[in-house]
Design a protein around this ligand. Sequence first.
Ligand code: TRP
Length: 331
Amino acid sequence: MRIFSGIQPTGRKHLGNYIGAITQYVDGQDRGEAIYCIVDLHATGVPYQPAGLREAVYDTAATLLAAGLDPERCIFFRQGDVHEHTELCWLLCSVTAWGDLNRMHQFKEKAGAERELVSASLFFYPVLQAADVLAYRAHDVPVGDDQRQHVELMRDIAQRFNARFGELLVVPEHRIPEVGARIMDLQFPERKMSTTGGSEQGTVLVLDEPAAVSRKFRSAVTDSGTEVRRSPEKPGVSNLIEILAAVREATPEQVEREFDGSGYGALKQAVAEAVIARLTPVRERYQQLRGDEALLERILADGAEKARAIAAGTLAEVREAMGVGPVRRRG
Ligand code: TRP
């Protein structure tokens, strides 16, 4: 089983990212052959600062390594280091429907929000994402629900390629995390936790100091009742229960039973303590790793070499099947 996921280079990862995505990447290392890439090329489709992008790649790499990605047990690299992704993106454009790209929700949203330039890279973003996954013939793509349409599209692209040029590509499956997709803002529990759309007080960052984590949980919005139970009328309390369950690797029912009759104060304090216990070692390792850019570069370069060894093979077969370049010599 081969797993592939791409991660946006944004330095500020929050608890929702941690529970929903990052722990899943870490677990993927035990489930199969895991390949993870920081998608710097995808980040160039919207306005950005070149120096800032490079920093954000280091921040993201250090966060993921601190959280438990192990370069001995997975392939971890920077997208822009493996040129096969961009070449495959172009080749896959020939089996991508323009109309499908034009229907992508994320494109429409981002294009609508763009004030200066709606770049063509924003439009082709999903094809590059398809190339990321298909280059490795990955089976499993662990990403959030917001990526559903992009994964559907890469499946269509793989199927159209296989029908047109021969069965070369693996049609991947979407794996949506069970928990964590639903981690909500602590202040506005009807909204997902987010570093762009959320509230500052309601967003717990992976790198927050313990005092900040405690403060954010203490001021979390609950409701007028007292019962520690999940219900649609109690989005704030439900969210705290879900977070505690996820961080302790328990079930929400176990959390409800434990806090039966104890009130919201005890629950908030327990969640804060559990989150701090979980994030403190991550923050400490992050600080060490982030201070050593040469080490981060070495890890990413090693990862890119392993990635290239796989992607180059797929690309050679795709080129040949499509009639691009000379017939390959076999030896
Ligand atoms: N578009 C994804 C996101 O915003 C990031 C991504 C890029 C990705 N390439 C990928 C995810 C390949 C999975 C597989 O989260």
